[in-house]
Design a binder for this molecule. Sequence first.
Ligand code: NAD
Ligand code: WQD
Length: 338
Amino acid sequence: MRILVTGGAGFIGSHTVVELQEAGHEPFVLDNLYNASEKVIGRVEAITGKKVPFYKVDIRDREGLNRVFDEVKPEAVIHFAGLKAVGESVRMPWEYYENNIGGTLTLVDVMRQHGCKNIIFSSSATVYGDPAFIPITEECPKGQCTNPYGWTKSMLEQILSDIQKADQEWNVVLLRYFNPIGAHKSGTIGENPNGIPNNLMPYITQVAVGKLEKLHVFGNDYDTPDGTGVRDYIHVVDLAKGHVCALKKLTPGSGLSIYNLGTGVGYSVLDIVKNFEAATGITIPYVIDPRRAGDIATCYSSADKAHEDLGWKAENGIREMCEDAWRWQSSNPNGYDD
Ligand code: NAD
Ligand code: WQD
């Protein structure tokens, strides 16, 4: 299938391009490089041995999108492009709504004008808010998001659902990711956060490589087994494969499909520290700090629906996630600047 991958130079997008090529699809990458390096493209090509056509275009640029659609003639779009930093979204809500929602509206309009009505959208477990029950199934009601980033995901789910309802030619897949970590086994592509990482795993790997002094654990008084927050960490390569499996829901009449992409297993912050130490032999010094605003105690998925409908299930365990995150970080201490 010819697939346009927006945000395909980013963390999850680049891993998905690898898996698409390995599965025999033809991905085309579109990215404005706001949070990515063009070097990713060469690294993906080195992994798969295939060319990756790349377009430096912004999803808000209608003319640029029209040119790409005229040339590529995609049958489907996997839509990763967007801003994703939770704290930044609280400080810059306009920029988040304009980029994520404005950009998606333009993209979807160009898609329908070119007769391409198949989209897989990167949503997030954040749409469940403080979840009504655990493990979280797709039937769990959407909740109150605690930041504008989360609202862009929740609103875009609604927008794409409404568009599909109004025009049955659309096939829409909403994938709700839990916490993606790890990296490709080659150690040549991975997560490359700007500045001090917000997320747990890149923070830990930067402590391990000596760029940061110690981990700050945000609260140990949650109602969880050891008091620290529990999350469903998923290997990014498993997540990427979930997109390949989800393509089967882009057939005529499929309509709207919603899937959690998680492992169904929860690990606490201290579990992650212990597993990282066991996988790498490196000690991670840490201190307990107050809770981070907006955090919830526990969030993990029921991954059954994706297994039953798509035949997809995460294969990597926490050890592989830690080993692979470390291989990427230790061989690229400065990300793509090395
Ligand atoms: P990322 O920042 O690495 O990738 C996003 C890519 O989109 C970047 O390469 C960026 O340059 C590009 N981009 C941003 N705005 C753009 C625009 N206007 N036009 C064109 N390109 C643009 O992030 P990621 O972790 O790979 O996340 C991919 C998607 O998955 C995002 O939509 C994110 O919100 C979603 N998501 C991520 C996580 C996570 O924890 N990483 C969890 C749930 C959902
Ligand atoms: C995990 C756990 C922290 C950093 C975020 C977004 C969510 C989704 C994934 C996109 C929590 C603790 C973290 C640190 C810590 N993104 N922690 N010290 O918050 O579950 O989800 O990324 O959609 O929308 O909110 O992930 O990695 O930030 O935190 O103690 O330095 O680690 O409190 O319990 P989170 P995270």
